[in-house]
Design a protein around this ligand. Structure first.
Ligand code: GTP
Ligand code: SPV
Ligand code: MN
Length: 630
């Protein structure tokens, strides 16, 4: 029943097993699951179909082991707090691997290992890694079940935390289980925390609330479309539908199939005249996607609805329009900084049925994090379970503490957020966290210029991944840690997709930066709800090119070396209390500093050698020319 050459030697007392590395090719889901169990040797194997009974069972299991701490049901019904191991708090980019046949196909920005070598290593790591534990099998759909852009996956995991989180973040249902069992194609995703409860000599150890291993592997095989994750229980390392599948594997599928898998939020902006536009925006991790996705416009008459906050899949339709869906069904959002003044919609979304990870616990059994309320509680239990008072001077919540919650609970979620055909995209936005140089907003001169803006995004590092917070790094398309193939090929792919779009409705491309700072170090722009002013300008710019839709709009832009920027009064700042000269500073483009940026871009492009599309090298030249003309 197994393809030849994949028999493992029989284990003492066991039957001959099929080798699940590589992947599930040629195997039914059941045979593949059996093969993974043969390698990892859990005590039990159970299939999870996403019903409420399963949610209750997984939750009860984790309350018993101390993984989940029930919150006060009067204050936060149906909600729990998880505290991770102190070392397991973020994505581990140094241990993330793209194992394509050829190193060049992974590209210089990914860690590459030869597939056969990695398979042998993984076979060692996963051998018996689930002993003494239950293996949960979670069949899931990314995107509405059966939708044209949707894809199926099956995650096996020995972490009930990962299993339960997958029920919120992806679509798990008896229907998905039926499809997988009926033989529909799925992406095999194997996850183990790497902490067996039974040792090689048969001795049993006690479980801990957050099992994990110091050794970690987050491995993608883009050719065989499979995922193997070992040693971590956290977020993007462990909920394999998210970054591993919906970005790394999906981006490789998308390249082959003519669509795009991107680290983007998705919103509908409706003008005061009632005209809807869809905006997809890519910002690096912890740079404002969830906040923009839930934005409450401060401009009268404008409306913003939420469609997605982290990942977008988009594809040209038969009319040459780019159509987008959010493949996820929940939010795994950053807690710190989320409060009544910054993101009231998120605060409302989090009233009930939430799993919080690594936030602080209040004395009355609720949660708290820096920025939730202006007043700081006198006493808390911090994210590591220690007593905390403001005098301690350290954050009570981990900077990358997160909430996991169903998208359907969001008060601004669009009625049609699950529509399988998706929404037409009118504007694409690239952003980063830049204290200097990058203006508040600029519009690309062309699609190729837009791809250049995406390719050259740089941003200060955040707590969402291991590394030094604040350090400036390139994060092209906000996809640096998430591209499943050579980043320069990704740029070429974007240029190709642009060619496949109808020119009249091809999305306009913009760059934004909410994080520019003045000489005193404070943010020049108030951000959050006020970002609606920038959205409004972008939408008016889109309307400029759709003459049938020009309304009472104040539009207007003037050229700058880096792109079109708003005309003197085209950006509505009515009622805004900006510091003196802030607006000028927000849009200032210093030619000398920008020549420095160009030099850095040139160095960055050099890393990719010949694979950088000529059109992007042209764009760099045009930028230098425009700077010289200043
Ligand atoms: P990931 O989930 O890691 O992909 O992050 P994200 O891009 O969704 O970022 P998120 O919206 O969670 O914001 C991250 C941090 O940036 C939070 O602490 C926010 O409060 C802060 N932030 C978001 N938008 C703005 C803004 O417009 N201005 C300022 N100053 N801070 C912002
Ligand atoms: C990110 O880091 O971009 C996140 C969190 O959205 S994680 O799911 O851990 O990738
Ligand atoms: Mn993200």
């Amino acid at each position: 029943r197994a393809p030849s050459g994949r028999e493992l030697p029989s284990r003492p007392g066991g039957r001959p097993a099929v080798d699940p590395l590589p992947g599930a090719a040629g195997l039914t889901a059941t045979a593949w699951v059996e093969a993974v169990a043969g390698l990892t040797r859990p005590d039990d194997v159970v299939w999870v179909d996403g019903t409420d009974a399963w949610r209750r069972t997984l939750t009860r299991t984790m309350v018993e082991t101390g993984t989940l701490i029930p919150l006060n049901p009067e204050l936060r019904p149906g909600s729990y707090l998880a505290r991770s191991a102190p070392s397991d708090v973020a994505r581990v980019e140094a241990r993330t691997f793209i194992c394509s046949e050829h190193e060049d196909d992974a590209g210089p920005t990914n860690n590459w290992r030869e597939p056969a070598v990695m398979r042998a290593e993984l076979r060692g790591a996963f051998d018996g890694s689930m002993r003494g534990r239950t293996m949960y099998v979670v069949p899931f759909s990314m995107g509405p079940v059966g939708g044209a852009l949707s894809k199926l996956g099956v995650q096996v995991t020995d972490s009930p935390y990962a299993a339960l989180s997958m029920l919120t973040m992806t679509r798990v249902s008896p229907e998905v289980l039926r499809r997988v069992a009926a033989g529909e194609e799925f992406v095999p995703c194997v996850h183990s925390v790497g902490a067996p409860l039974v040792a090689g000599d048969g001795t049993r150890t006690e479980d801990v609330p957050w099992p994990c291993n110091d050794l970690k592997y987050i491995v993608q095989f883009p050719q065989s479309r499979e995922i193997w994750s070992y040693g971590s229980g956290y977020g993007g390392n462990a909920l394999l539908g998210k970054k591993c599948f919906a970005l790394r594997i999906a981006s490789a599928m998308a390249r082959d199939e003519g669509w795009l898998a991107e680290h983007m939020l998705l919103i509908r902006v409706t003008t005061p005249e009632g005209r809807p536009y869809h905006v997809a925006a890519a910002f690096p991790s912890a740079c404002g996607k969830t906040n923009l996705a839930m934005l409450q416009p401060t401009l009268p008459g404008w409306k913003v609805e939420t469609l997605g906050d982290d990942i977008v899949w988009m594809k040209p339709d038969a009319d040459g329009r780019l159509r987008a869906v959010n493949p996820e069904s929940g939010f795994f959002g950053v807690a710190p900084g989320t409060g009544e003044t910054t993101n009231p919609v998120a605060v409302e979304t989090l009233r009930k049925d939430v799993i919080f990870t690594n936030v602080a616990l209040t004395d009355d059994g609720d949660v708290w994090w820096e920025g939730l309320t202006p007043e700081v509680p006198d006493h808390l239990v911090d994210w590591q379970g220690n007593d905390w008072t403001p005098a301690d001077g350290r954050p009570a919540a981990h900077p990358n503490s997160r909430f996991t919650v169903a998208a359907a609970q969001c008060p601004t979620i669009a009625d049609d957020w699950e529509s399988p055909e998706g929404v037409p995209v009118d504007a694409i936005v690239f952003g980063g966290r830049r204290a200097t140089n990058v203006p508040l907003v600029a519009q690309a001169y062309s699609w190729a210029h837009g791809v250049f803006l995406g390719a050259t995004v740089s941003s200060e590092r955040t707590a969402a991944a291991e590394g030094k917070v604040g350090e400036l790094r390139r994060d092209p398309f906000a996809m640096l840690p998430f591209a499943g193939y050579n980043m320069a090929d990704h740029w070429a792919h974007w240029l190709r997709v642009g060619d496949a779009l109808a020119p009249e409705t091809r999305p306009k491309v913009f760059q934004v930066n909410w994080f520019r700072r003045g000489s005193d170090g404070s943010f020049l722009w108030p951000g959050f709800g006020e970002n609606a002013r920038v959205l409004a300008w972008m939408v008016r710019q889109v309307e400029q090119t759709r003459p049938d839709r020009l309304g009472s709009a104040r539009g207007g832009a003037r050229p700058s070396p880096v792109g079109l920027v708003p005309d003197a009064d085209a950006l509505d700042t009515t009622g805004l209390d900006l510091a003196d000269g802030a607006l000028d500073e927000l849009f200032s483009v210093d030619p000398e500093r920008w020549r420095g940026e160009c030099d850095l871009t040139e160095e960055f492009f050099a890393v990719f050698g010949e694979r950088v599309p000529a059109a992007l090298r042209d764009q760099l030249r045009h930028l230098r020319d425009r700077l010289d003309d200043e």
